[in-house]
Write a protein that binds this ligand. Structure first.
Ligand code: ATP
Ligand code: MG
Length: 398
């Protein structure tokens, strides 16, 4: 509702995903009927290039969680506050960092990113603060560090959780004093940068384990932004799909239509790789699938093949055991032409889960079946029967 009835009000409302807006004054019946019409639009709409938004938004998604994040970003643009972005891999941390810079007071300054996980630990300080000629073997000329490059702009400290401890100490001092010296240098240099940090790791846990400085955490965590995994905002998937399809088309890939049923399949997926994974799936479909209309079966096949390639590498187990099982099952089902494996599936799956569980419990209790039964929360006789059924070897004292 607005008293400023200019075209910009409407554009701004539309940009923010409003279904409509009401210029003041208005009467209640108009409001009620408009809300009624808007409510009918809540069902999943098919994704076609025809209803692709023409605007060029930096971040896509209109779920309540994202609205809250937009509100924080909007407030941040008026300030120079330090920001800490936490979120799983592929949730858009770098995108948010760029938006804070691009719409903020420092947008005319540089945006400089440095990834702590990608730089050998012995080079981190020289990367951050620069070095003088001859500071160490191989330093054949003076080099500017990222702090210097980011002067009057924003310095994005990506994967801050991977920063070596000694470098954390140095960084903390620089942030406290507002000045630094280059490696091999003596003159303190004043810094004027906005700091945005990001991590996919749990910093609280790293602090408990003594791997991250708590005082540095408090320095950086002035405005925390927690980016939710994609599975917690599946409402955003149709907008994201539309966005990535349009992007693929602009890059010369053939035009595709993803009907509502197919979007629902995408919404049911767990997306351990979050938005990046969705982007890759859409690109692959746009590039490889011959039909213009993408069927639900095509989506299922595509998701099953993604699960297959992810099984091996799962270094970060964001999906957990049930996520893994879901992917495993999706793969199983997809491998049969009618989508149905032979009957007895329940017991086949249990027969894969129970033996490793029992073996682990026995190993942890050194083969003591009474303790193993207790650990598992099973009756002793039940455990004994299972051990026999599965032919598990019990070695006492091992
Ligand atoms: N809300 C979004 N709207 C549009 N594109 C998005 C969105 N979120 C993420 N993306 C896209 O997904 C990809 C991954 O995003 P980004 O690199 O920002 O994630 P990240 O959290 O930094 O991941 P990582 O932890 O792996 O570095 C990028 O190509 C980005 O453009
Ligand atoms: Mg990133």
């Amino acid at each position: 509702m607005s008293a400023k009835n200019t075209i910009m009000t409407a554009i701004a409302a539309a940009e923010r995903g409003a279904y409509d807006y009401l210029p003041k004054p208005f009467d209640l019946t108009a409001l009620v009927s408009m809300v009624g019409r808007a409510a009918q639009h809540l069902e999943v709409r098919p994704v076609t290039p025809a209803n692709a938004p023409a605007e060029n938004l930096p971040i896509i998604g209109r779920s309540p969680i994202m609205q809250e994040i937009y509100r924080i970003i909007a407030r941040l643009t008026q300030t120079d506050l330090t920001v800490m972005i936490e979120g799983e891999s592929g949730t858009g941390k770098e995108l948010v960092a760029r938006a804070v810079h691009d719409y903020g007071k420092r947008r005319r300054g540089p945006f400089v990113a440095i990834n702590m996980a990608a730089i050998p630990r012995e080079l981190i300080e020289s990367e951050l603060f620069g070095h003088e000629k001859g500071a160490f073997t191989g330093a054949t000329s003076r080099m500017a560090g990222r702090f210097e490059q980011a002067e009057s702009g924003t310095l994005f400290l990506d994967e801050i959780g991977d920063m070596p401890f000694e470098a954390q100490t140095r960084l903390l001092r620089v942030l406290q004093q507002g000045e630094y010296t280059t490696v091999g240098g003596t003159q303190p240099i004043k810094t004027n940068v906005r700091i945005i940090a990001a991590t996919h790791r749990n910093l609280r846990r790293l602090i408990d384990q003594g791997q991250f400085r708590e005082d540095l955490f408090f320095r950086l965590n002035v405005v925390p932004i927690r980016l939710p995994p994609l599975r917690e905002r599946s409402d955003d998937i149709s907008d994201l799909v539309r966005h990535f399809l349009a992007q693929a088309e602009r890059e010369g890939l053939p035009r595709k239509i993803i009907p509502a049923q197919s979007v629902e399949r995408l919404q049911a997926h767990r997306w351990p790789g979050n938005v990046r994974e969705l982007e890759n799936v859409i690109r692959r479909i746009a590039a490889l699938h011959p039909e213009e209309v993408v069927s639900p079966e095509t989506i299922d096949r595509e998701l099953a093949s993604v699960a297959l390639s992810q099984g091996a590498e799962s270094g970060d187990d964001t999906g957990g055991l049930s996520g893994y099982l879901e992917n495993h099952l999706a793969r199983q089902f997809a491998s049969f032409s009618d989508g149905l494996p032979p009957s007895g599936l329940y017991h086949r799956i249990l027969a894969n889960v129970e033996p490793p569980l029992i073996r682990a419990a026995l190993a942890a209790t050194k083969g003591n079946q009474i303790k193993a039964a207790e650990l598992l929360g099973l009756n002793r006789n039940t455990l004994r029967t299972k051990i026999r059924t599965y032919g598990i070897q019990v070695v006492r004292g091992l």
